[in-house]
Design a protein around this ligand. Structure first.
Ligand SMILES: [Zn+2]
Ligand SMILES: [Zn+2]
Ligand SMILES: [Zn+2]
Length: 240
């Protein structure tokens, strides 16, 4: 066997074509990819007979299934916001949606857990954000669900503070995953869920990752607000 051949983590056969990686970066062979039985939320291998399956094909382990979130709860959102040192200024509308509603991601990237859209209104020559719409995938275990809410809320916050085009997609996603991870750490979430969010963060290229990794929630906000202020000043100086 070739020394640098990768091994499928389910059947232990060599992975011939690099096709599929789970959300924590484990390799699967083609056959196992087709019947990937890893829990969609915590990425642990589900046990035969105990695994549940959503109608959209996602497998879920019994622990994640027990804590799955199926509806919106205003109290829960208020509790999440209470733990954050920042919040978007404009109103946010939340929705829990099916897997089909969320845009598909490229192949070999983790399942989409949610999305955040800013709604704009034009005021003269300016476009201003008037509200946000956040959609979260149905069936996430509650702690992970909360972390995804934090992730999407941070997109909303970034959209309010940074004009379009200042941050690229990777930078923005890295920061949102980072805030979600800080949230999971603060509420002492179990390791598999933290690992999933951390693996998601690592897939994005962010040059200043090392600088930001050690920062607390408040320090991240402070740094970004300083940068946002500088960007605004620079923009006001050149009338284009
Ligand atoms: Zn396999
Ligand atoms: Zn699970
Ligand atoms: Zn995102």
């Amino acid at each position: 066997m070739n020394a640098n051949e990768e091994i499928c983590h389910v059947c232990f056969h060599p992975v011939k074509r690099k096709l599929y990686e789970t959300s924590t970066g484990k390799m699967l062979c083609v056959a196992c990819m087709r019947r990937n039985r890893n829990c969609f939320a915590c990425d642990t291998l589900t046990v035969k007979d105990k695994a549940l399956r959503f109608s959209d094909g996602r497998y879920v382990c019994s622990e994640c299934a027990r804590k799955a979130v199926y509806e919106i709860n205003a109290k829960r959102f208020a509790a999440i916001k209470g733990r954050l040192a920042w919040a978007p200024k404009m109103p946010v509308k939340f929705k829990i949606v099916s897997r089909e509603t969320l845009p598909r991601r490229r192949r070999r990237t983790p399942l989409n857990f949610g999305q955040s859209k800013a709604l704009y209104e034009s005021h003269g020559r300016q476009l201003l954000i008037v509200s946000h719409e956040i959609e979260i995938l149905i069936g996430l275990p509650v702690v992970l669900f909360e972390a995804i809410v934090v992730h999407e809320l941070f997109h909303a916050w970034l959209h309010e503070n940074f004009a379009v085009g200042i941050m690229n997609r990777d930078e923005e996603e890295w920061l949102c995953e980072h805030l979600a991870l800080l949230y999971l750490r603060a509420c002492r979430a179990k390791k598999p869920w933290r690992k999933v969010v951390q693996a998601r963060r690592e897939q994005y290229r962010f040059k200043r990752a090392d600088e930001f990794k050690e920062r607390t929630q408040k320090q991240v906000i402070k740094q970004l607000l300083t940068e946002a202020r500088k960007n605004r000043k620079r923009r006001n100086r050149c009338p284009t």
